[in-house]
Design a binder for this molecule. Structure first.
Ligand SMILES: [Zn+2]
Ligand SMILES: [Zn+2]
Length: 346
């Protein structure tokens, strides 16, 4: 089968690989239909993710059709259409029982990281009963691909942890796929104001179409000033960090209102200063989280009933043969205006 393989720093290769086989009774082999590329895949290609070794098939998102299941799988059968969660969960370990699937002792984010992933014609998915979700026949598969990772990540790490509430003021720093997913799902709670911050006008324009009440371009480094003015010097109740660099996390600290919550979503590779000399008396909370995908069943219902339409995030479509080109388009998002690229496998 064809597969996209990380072969070391900066080395992207489309290779021929043997079709994966069942290894554990809880495994399923899924024939991929559609997958996508994540910002995390770009981190891997830069050599930032130590757990992912050269030779790994990348990808942790997608929808497909069950090809075969192990003897222990009871919830799925060959031919079933499924959503693959970016997080594999056994459902039995201490962390899974507490709803922290991302810390599952035999799962978590392993697909396209510690084991081969979804950017291929077939993938082996461990703990299939508790890591796959059925999707209805005839459903818009592209919308569901957004449910593997980015929608639950924006919702759980940003909206839930950030305690977005009716009438509240929200700032989302970063208008990429994750920031936009947080923007879409924050609207479940009808906040009074959602301010989107980025340095790319095209992405901010998209944010406006997706329901941002105000957009702020921080190319001049004055976003904090602008946001304080917009909120009568009060600041925002929720500040979500959806980039993963020191500058954007510091911005969240500059705009948080007394009693507010800074919800970190970004993947940070560098240390960031925490300004306790200012914040110690401000009754604020800071949250961190790896997506647990516990909200996936709720998000599936919301997509099915069209309460949220994540297909708006899809800007480009490619075949698996063209995946190298798809990576180039996704990497150069400022120029290509890419948000999410769909890879059609079958
Ligand atoms: Zn991802
Ligand atoms: Zn577990």
């Amino acid at each position: 089968m064809k597969a996209f393989v990380y072969q070391g720093k900066g080395l992207k290769v489309l290779e021929d690989r043997p079709k994966p086989e069942l290894q554990e009774p809880g495994d399923a082999i899924v024939k991929m239909v559609k997958t996508t590329i994540c910002g995390t895949d770009l981190h891997i290609l830069k050599g930032d993710v130590e757990t992912c070794e050269p030779g790994r098939i990348l990808g942790h998102e997608g929808v497909g059709i069950i090809d075969s299941v192990g003897a222990g799988v009871t919830a799925f059968h060959p031919g079933d259409r499924v959503l693959i969660s970016c997080v594999s969960a056994c459902g039995k370990c201490e962390y899974c029982r507490r709803g922290m699937y991302s810390h599952c002792t035999t799962g978590g984010w392993i697909l396209g990281n510690e084991i081969d992933g979804t950017q291929a014609e077939y993938v082996r998915t461990p703990h299939a009963d508790t890591s796959l979700y059925p999707i209805p026949e005839g459903a818009d598969e592209e919308a569901y691909v957004m449910l593997s990772d980015i929608l639950p990540t924006g919702y759980e790490c940003g909206v839930c942890n950030g305690k977005v509430a009716p009438g509240s003021t929200v700032a989302i720093v970063g208008s990429g796929p994750i920031g936009l997913s947080a923007l879409l799902t924050a609207q479940f709670y009808s906040p009074a104001q959602i301010i989107m911050v980025d340095i790319d006008d095209a992405r901010l324009e998209v944010a406006k179409q997706f329901g941002a009440t105000t957009i702020v371009n921080n190319s001049d480094g004055k976003a904090a000033e602008t946001i304080m003015k917009l909120t009568q010097q009060r600041g925002v109740d929720t500040a979500m960090e959806a980039v993963g660099i020191p500058l954007t996390f510091e911005l969240c600290q500059d705009i948080i209102a007394p009693g507010g919550t800074i919800a970190n979503i970004g993947v940070h590779g560098k240390k960031v200063d925490l300004h306790l000399e200012r914040l110690w008396s401000q009754n604020i909370s800071i949250t961190t989280r790896l997506v647990d995908t516990v909200s996936t069943p709720m998000l599936l219902s919301s997509v099915q009933s069209k309460k949220v339409d994540p297909v708006q995030l899809v800007t480009h479509r490619f075949k698996l043969d063209q995946i190298i080109e798809a990576y180039e388009v996704f990497e150069n998002a400022a120029k290509t205006k890419a948000i999410k690229v769909i890879i059609e496998v079958a």
